[in-house]
Design a binder for this molecule. Structure first.
Ligand code: UDP
Length: 237
């Protein structure tokens, strides 16, 4: 499969057309941004790690009944995926308080929840990805009620499956963001990526942060953390 026209270039990935109108090639970059693009940098080796980690996790989820856009890894940085139209929602699942949740509601990071908490944001950089509920998403016609129910159910299942994978590597899945897309026929599938850019991953023993918060918060050891979680994941599969 060959790359054709560049269709889209985002903060962390490029997307190319292929000879097959139903398939695209995603190419992962080492570029990193945070705070809606205000902070910019490079995390050496991130593109390859995010590509390979996302593929391992999506293949695992697919086996366990979650439909995904993943088709095949082409090389360390590039993957063949099914073409989808992205549902413009950031679907966030939280197991412990952290990040914007802690800030917004004044709760200490690491505070556990009885049950996972799911939230939606409207994927819109100009508006700063505002938080919204199901009624808002339906009013804005971002997704139908049926799609929202499917997305919610998949996101909670994904949380349980990923929590188990990470627990077996001695890592706590604190929270994560996923995106969904519609195939040409309308079927909703998991799309985008699952990586230390999109998950909060804490060492189960020490609580050390092993994700993009090291970049966001200038904690140092960013590359090392990405490498370490990747090695732990490979070791557990
Ligand atoms: N997240 C993401 N992209 C975004 C916003 C959040 O991948 O644009 C992920 C983030 O890495 C974390 C989870 O979603 O794992 C929850 O993020 P939060 O809402 O706490 O926002 P943040 O504190 O990262 O701004």
């Amino acid at each position: 499969m060959e790359k054709q026209a560049l269709l889209y270039e985002g903060k962390a990935k490029k997307v190319y057309a292929t000879q097959d109108p139903e398939l695209l090639i995603v190419s992962y970059k080492d570029d990193a941004t945070a705070f809606n693009g205000l902070k910019k940098g490079t995390i050496r080796g991130k593109g390859a790690i995010n590509n390979q980690m996302s593929n391992l996790l999506m293949a695992r989820l697919e086996k366990q009944g979650i439909p995904t856009h993943f088709v095949r890894e082409l090389n360390p940085r590039e993957t063949l995926v099914k073409r989808v139209s992205i549902v413009p929602l950031e679907v966030i699942v939280r197991n412990l308080a952290a990040g914007s949740f802690s800030k917004r509601y004044g709760v200490e990071e690491g505070t556990p929840f009885g049950k996972p908490a799911l939230e939606f944001s409207y994927k819109n950089d100009e508006l700063g990805d505002p938080l919204l509920n199901d009624d808002h998403a339906a009013a804005l016609k971002l997704a139908t009620r049926e799609e929202l129910a499917v997305i919610r159910a998949y996101a909670l299942q994904i949380n349980e499956l990923l929590r188990a994978v990470w627990a077996s590597c001695g890592v706590v899945l604190v929270d994560f963001k996923v995106e969904f897309g519609r195939l040409a026929g309308g079927t909703v599938v998991l799309a985008d990526e699952i990586s230390p850019d999109t998950c909060r991953l804490w060492d189960a023993r020490t609580g050390e942060k092993l994700d993009k918060d090291r970049f966001r918060r200038d904690l140092g050891g960013v590359e090392e953390a990405y490498c370490q979680v990747m090695e732990r994941l490979r070791g557990s599969l």
